[in-house]
Design a protein around this ligand. Structure first.
Ligand code: FE2
Length: 397
C-alpha cells in the first residue's frame, strides 16, 4: 500500500489541484499505525432500521445485493428481524425491532434508520476487546462464543465509538454457517439487480459534534492504533455559507479508512450540523463503495431508481482544466453527475447519493480510484454547494 513508485508522475494540473485544496497525504501513515490491534478489514456493516424486510428489498432491487441469511421469528429470534445482504466483499445487515421495547426500537425512534455497527474481522476478539477497552473504549459487548452446533463457533465482542455507533470484532474462522448462529441461509433468493460493479467498502465517514473531531482523531490513534492519513490544511473547508473540518484516520494495513468530520461555523447551518440535528447524535454520515466501472454502475443505479446529488454545468466547464484526462469524456461525467479529482498520486471518480432514508442523514458514495488515495477534496466545495441547495429545499439551511 505504501509503494508509490509505480504511480505516474504528477502533472502540473494535479499539483495545482492538490495545493489549491490544501490536502496532504501522509505517506508514513500506514507504517506509523500501531499493530496492537490487527484488523483484517471490515466484516460487515449493520444498519438498525424501522422495516428491515423493505430495506433489504431496496438494496436487492436497486443496489444489486443478494440476500444470504435471515434471523427472526422463523429462526427462534423473538425481538428482531435481521437480513444479511451481500455483494462481492460488501456485507450489510439490516435489523428491525419486533417489539416496542429494547435498544433497537429505542435507537430507531431516536435516530431513524442508520448505521449501528461497523464490524471488523479479527483473529482474536478477546485481545481486541482488551486492547481497546484498556485504552479507554467504552465496552458494548463482552467477548462471547456463539455456539452454532455443527456449523462451529463464532466469536464476537464490541466497543462503542462516536455517538451510539459500535465497532464489533468478529472472528468467523471457526464458523461455517450462513452468517452467525441464529441465522439461516436464504435458499433461492429473489433476483438482485444486475450490471453493477460494487466491490468493497472504501471508507466510512463519521460526523461528530463541534469541537469533537480531534477527540475522535485521538480516539482512533490511541485506542485503535490508527494514524492520520490525510490532513486538510487548516482543516476548514467552506462554501459561502457553511464549513466543516475533516481528518482521515487509517489502520496499519490501510484496509480501514475513517474520515472524521465536524461542523465549523459559517453564515448558515453546515450539512454536518444538519446531520447531527436529524440523527440527534454523532454517527456515520456516509459509506463509500469502491467500483471499477463507475460509468456503467451509476448509469444502472440511476435506471434502478437511486437518486444522486446534481452538480451544475459550471462545475464541468472547468473540470477538465483541473483534472486533465480521467479516461471518461467530460460530457459523460456531466450526464451522469460523476465528479473527478486529482492529487499527486493519481485521480479518482466519485458520486454521492441523496440520503437513502427520510431523515436527511446517511447517504452513499460510489468511488473509482486510479492511484489516488484521497477523498475528492477538490470537489468538496462544489459538493457542499450541491448539498446546500438540497438543504434549502428541506428548510434546513
Ligand atoms: Fe467519502
Amino acid at each position: 500500500m505504501t509503494d508509490t513508485a509505480a504511480r505516474p508522475a504528477p502533472t502540473p494540473a494535479s499539483q495545482g489541484a492538490a495545493n489549491q485544496a490544501g490536502a496532504h497525504i501522509n505517506r508514513d501513515a500506514f507504517a506509523e499505525a500501531q499493530d496492537f490491534l490487527p484488523l483484517n478489514g471490515i466484516d460487515h456493516v449493520e444498519f438498525w432500521v424501522g422495516n428491515a424486510r423493505q430495506a433489504s428489498a431496496y438494496y436487492r432491487a436497486l443496489w444489486g445485493f443478494t440476500p444470504v441469511a435471515f434471523a427472526g421469528l422463523e429462526t427462534g429470534i423473538r425481538d428482531r428481524a435481521s437480513y444479511v445482504m451481500r455483494r462481492n466483499d460488501i456485507t450489510f445487515v439490516f435489523t428491525a425491532p419486533l417489539t416496542p421495547d429494547g435498544e433497537i426500537a429505542e435507537h430507531v425512534r431516536e435516530h431513524g434508520d442508520g448505521v449501528k455497527d461497523i464490524a471488523f474481522a479479527v483473529d482474536d476478539v478477546v485481545a481486541s476487546f482488551r486492547e481497546t477497552t484498556s485504552r479507554g473504549a467504552r465496552p458494548a459487548i463482552e467477548p462471547v462464543e456463539l455456539d452454532g452446533g455443527e456449523d462451529g463457533v463464532l466469536r464476537r465482542s464490541a466497543v462503542f465509538t462516536y455517538g451510539e455507533t459500535r465497532h464489533s470484532f468478529v472472528d468467523r474462522r471457526d464458523y461455517h454457517g450462513a452468517f452467525a448462529p441464529g441465522y439461516r441461509r436464504v435458499r433461492n433468493p429473489a433476483r438482485a439487480a444486475q450490471g453493477l460493479s460494487l466491490l468493497e467498502v472504501d471508507h466510512c465517514v463519521g460526523n461528530v459534534a463541534l469541537g469533537e473531531m480531534n477527540r475522535f482523531v485521538d480516539f482512533y490513534r490511541d485506542v485503535f492504533g490508527f494514524s492520520q492519513l490525510i490532513h486538510y490544511d487548516d482543516k476548514v473547508i467552506h462554501t459561502g455559507y457553511s464549513a466543516l473540518m475533516s481528518k482521515v484516520m487509517t489502520n496499519g494495513n490501510g484496509r480501514v479508512k475513517f474520515p472524521i468530520n465536524e461542523p465549523a461555523s459559517g453564515k448558515k447551518r453546515s450539512q454536518i450540523q444538519e446531520y447531527l440535528d436529524w440523527y440527534r447524535s454523532p454517527g456515520c454520515q456516509h459509506i463509500a463503495l469502491r467500483t471499477e466501472d463507475i460509468v456503467g454502475t451509476v448509469r444502472q443505479l440511476r435506471e434502478n431508481g437511486v437518486e444522486f446529488l446534481g452538480l451544475p454545468h459550471e462545475y464541468y466547464a472547468t473540470l477538465g482544466d483541473r483534472v486533465g484526462d480521467v479516461g471518461v469524456p467530460m460530457e459523460t461525467l456531466e450526464e451522469l453527475g460523476i465528479e473527478a479529482d486529482r492529487d499527486e498520486e493519481g485521480y479518482l471518480l466519485q458520486i454521492f447519493t441523496r440520503p437513502v432514508q427520510d431523515r436527511p442523514t446517511f447517504f452513499f458514495e460510489v468511488i473509482e480510484r486510479h492511484g489516488s488515495r484521497g477523498f475528492g477534496v477538490g470537489n468538496f466545495k462544489a459538493l457542499f454547494e450541491a448539498i446546500e441547495r438540497e438543504q434549502a429545499k428541506r428548510g434546513n439551511l
